[in-house]
Write a protein that binds this ligand. Structure first.
Ligand code: PGA
Length: 257
């Protein structure tokens, strides 16, 4: 089963308004003559979504995503952004990022609810899961991922699984200049796919896209993508540098050929 790879730039709260539109422009230019048949998603801050959307408007290679969404469609939530406010702007939205979970105490159930809401509104969720360093050291990675997947799969439909992207991000590898060994990453992906197959059958599991996130660079992406079952990457730090990000895109593109 062919799965279309996906590379996501998560710009977090790192770039000014000007730097965001400039970076989007630079990525667009660098990709001008590059053959692209993967999904490339840029996730800037809410405040620049509109302007980055305009920058990438004529590029059929770039898509726009948000970094988070509230779990209600509207209401008295000062400072929050709802799915209905995002629908005119984005096709994608990250949910359950470990930084957001740490800030707000977001549970797997809330993350699942957000993913569901996004899907109902035609936005594809990029759902982040992964273990902490303590959990890894205590040999609890499998248990943690199994629990997180079971919440996500509990209410998912077959159709939803073909639209969402799971981002496996070991929390200790985020912004840390270290990653698990590529075969270790592939092992976790295999577990996630196996858990999906147990519930929905192999055909559906083979259509679910699962990407890796955590200190992805132009240097390590090749060896990560050389492993089976890895459908792309969620890139933080390296995505702030257009040339590095485009190198990562090219490596993912090359890996599927
Ligand atoms: P990083 O961030 O690439 O800087 O580790 C990844 C992420 O947090 O999504």
């Amino acid at each position: 089963m062919e799965r279309r790879p996906v590379v996501i730039a998560n710009w977090k709260m790192e770039l000014s308004h000007k730097a965001s539109t400039e970076a989007a422009n630079a990525i667009k230019k660098l990709l001008k003559d590059v053959k692209v048949d993967i999904d490339i998603v840029i996730c800037p801050s809410y405040t620049v979504l509109e302007d980055v959307k305009q920058v990438i408007a004529q590029s059929e290679k770039l898509q726009l995503g948000a970094q988070n969404v509230h779990w209600e469609e509207n209401g008295p939530y000062t400072g929050e952004v709802s799915v209905t406010q995002l629908t005119p702007l984005v096709k994608w939205c990250i949910v359950g990022h470990s930084e957001q979970r740490a800030l707000t105490g977001e549970t797997d159930e809330i993350v699942q609810h957000k993913a569901d809401l996004l899907l109902q509104h035609g936005i594809a969720p990029i759902i982040c899961i992964g273990e902490t360093l303590e959990e890894r050291q205590a040999d609890q990675t499998v248990e943690k991922l199994t629990r997180q997947m079971s919440v996500l799969l509990g209410k998912a439909t077959r159709v939803a699984l073909t639209k969402m992207v799971i981002a496996y991000e070991p929390i200790w590898a985020i912004g840390a200049a270290q990653t698990p060994e590529p075969d270790d990453i592939a092992g976790s992906m295999l577990l996630l796919r196996k858990l999906t197959a147990e519930r929905f059958g192999n055909e559906v599991a083979q259509r679910l896209r699962i990407v890796y996130g955590g200190s992805v660079t132009p240097k390590n992406i090749g060896s990560i993508m050389a492993e089976p079952g890895i459908d792309g990457a969620l890139v933080g730090g390296a995505s702030l540098h257009p040339m590095d990000f485009v190198e990562i895109i090219k490596a993912v593109q090359a890996a599927q050929q």
